[in-house]
Design a protein around this ligand. Structure first.
Ligand code: KIV
Length: 281
């Protein structure tokens, strides 16, 4: 047995205890290679259903399946050791009933090794959140702009600017937190609403187009690296332009291949030296 202590992953309760404390740093991750690079830089990695758009090229998050989320969730868990891993329940896998949500969550937790699931929705999902929490499923809520409801919301516009919508999103967030969610994503809302909701709930809020007052922030990894450029919401800050880097690398490679400069001698296997006695070394 090794005498070296293995680094321990952050737990749901450690994340929950950060309410009002050190800001929670969160990103999405979908693949082993990227998750490995991010693991020690963040507190939490979300295997978001945004992978429908970033990885699979769909024009919304709706077509992603539970099997797809589980395959990506398992890859992210396998390649990390520090961050808490949360996996999104995809559209249609949990809205029908608390029992359906439990079956989907149980598959995610058992088949990926992730510690928690995330689901979208407000007051209408509170009973489901309570059902899951009472049965040992840690739930991250998600209110405000909820991309799985794009058809009902009529697009991806920011929400909560009018009084009626503001009050509804406040009720949504409070209902999900009080039902037992351990944290709450607030996406694409009026800044003042995200600030007010953060003050109103006892669990950490994670903003994406929310407010600097949120207890943490999350961005979609492809957005912040400049890899997903089809559209850029106001709340995205691009920390690098890796899309340009990748295109430039491919252009360099193409030029070298066409000129016959790649592979160079150091990229090829030289013929084995012949030995005088046995013929081969
Ligand atoms: O799917 C996702 O990436 C998300 C984040 C935007 C919070 O839900």
């Amino acid at each position: 047995m090794s005498t070296q202590a293995r680094p321990k992953r952050l737990s749901v309760t450690q994340i929950q205890s950060r309410k009002g404390g050190d800001k929670l740093v969160c990103l999405t991750a979908y693949t082993a290679s990227v998750a490995r690079l991010l693991d020690h830089e963040v507190d939490l990695l979300l295997v978001g259903d945004s992978l429908a758009m970033t990885v699979y090229g769909f024009d919304s998050t709706l077509p992603v399946t539970l099997d797809m989320m589980i395959a990506h969730g398992a890859a992210v868990v396998r390649s990390t050791e520090h961050a808490l891993i949360v996996v999104d329940l995809p559209f249609g896998s949990y809205q029908a009933s608390p029992e359906q949500a439990f079956r989907a969550s149980a598959r995610v937790l058992a088949e990926t090794g992730a510690a928690a699931i995330k689901l979208e929705g407000g007051e209408e999902m509170a009973e489901t959140v309570a059902f899951l929490a009472r049965r040992g499923v840690p739930v991250m809520g998600h209110v405000g702009l909820t991309p799985q409801a794009v058809n009902a919301l009529g697009g991806y516009r920011s929400r909560g600017h009018a009084a009626g919508e503001h009050d509804k999103i406040m009720r949504d967030g409070i209902a999900i937190a009080e039902a037992g969610a351990f944290s709450l994503v607030i996406e694409g809302t009026a800044e003042s609403l995200a600030r007010e909701l953060t003050a109103a709930v006892a669990v950490p809020t994670i903003g994406i187009g929310g407010s600097p007052a949120c207890d943490g922030q999350i961005l979609v990894i492809d957005d912040m690296l400049g890899l997903f450029t089809e559209f850029t919401p106001r709340f995205v800050k691009r920390y690098r332009e890796l899309g340009d880097e990748i295109r430039a690398a491919a252009r360099d490679y193409a030029g070298e291949v066409r000129r016959g400069d790649f592979p160079a001698p150091e990229h090829t296997y030289p013929a084995p030296r012949r030995s005088k006695t046995s013929g081969h070394e």
